[in-house]
Design a protein around this ligand. Structure first.
Ligand SMILES: Cc1cc2nc3c(=O)[nH]c(=O)nc-3n(C[C@H](O)[C@H](O)[C@H](O)COP(=O)(O)O)c2cc1C
Length: 182
């Protein structure tokens, strides 16, 4: 299955998660594209059978750069009539949303709008969205938020255990999709 890991990351936490996902897919299936969003990035999301899209949580949502990119892509898809009423599910097209978050005030609930936003994008493309993975990620230079928030002490997150958990989840995801591999 043609696989894309598409993400943004400001401080590097989400990048580490994206790389762990990429390494796991590449090791199991031999190939996967990984792209960090940039203004000039041109990715045709509809080229892929499996899209894993991720962001840090910034004010409960994905980064502005990622949202702008997604909306730019949606605009061009809409203009060419490819976003159809009911957004029919495309057979064999799957998605996963992921991201890192600090959860200092209300915990994981702060991350849910972010992955819900990404899920809405993937579902407009006809993806069956299988998972939303939320990984704790420390703020840079915000000791109080990293020590006393709802998630407790997140100063060194994501840590090796978080990345091992993500690799494990990816292995499970790939196993679940085995019947769709060509
Ligand atoms: C400007 C800014 C706003 C943030 N807003 C939130 C937020 O609303 N909720 C939350 O849980 N974490 C928030 N965070 C914490 C980040 O989501 C978290 O540290 C994340 O792991 C950063 O990922 P990155 O290193 O890939 O950029 C914010 C961080 C920054 C810098």
């Amino acid at each position: 299955m043609k696989t894309l890991i598409f993400y943004d990351s400001i401080g590097g936490n989400t990048e580490r998660v994206a790389q762990a996902i990429h390494e796991t897919v590449a090791a199991a299936w031999g190939d996967a594209d990984i792209v960090k969003v940039r203004k000039e990035t041109a990715v045709d999301f509809t080229d892929y059978d499996l899209i894993l899209i991720g962001s840090p949580v910034i004010d409960w949502l994905p980064t502005k750069k990622l949202m702008d990119h997604v909306m730019g892509f949606m605009k061009s898809e809409n203009a060419s009539g490819r976003i159809r009423p009911s957004s029919p599910i495309v057979p064999g097209r799957f998605g996963v949303c992921f991201g890192t978050f600090g959860g200092p005030h209300i915990g994981r609930t702060e991350a849910v709008p972010m992955t819900a936003w990404l899920r809405a994008f993937l579902e407009h493309l006809g993806c069956l969205v299988l998972h939303a993975w939320h990984v704790p990620g420390a703020f840079q230079n915000r000791d109080e938020l990293n020590r006393y928030g709802r998630l407790g002490d997140i100063r060194h997150r994501p840590d090796e255990a978080d990345l091992a958990d993500i690799r494990n989840r990816v292995a499970g995801l790939l196993a679940s999709l085995e019947a769709f591999r060509q």
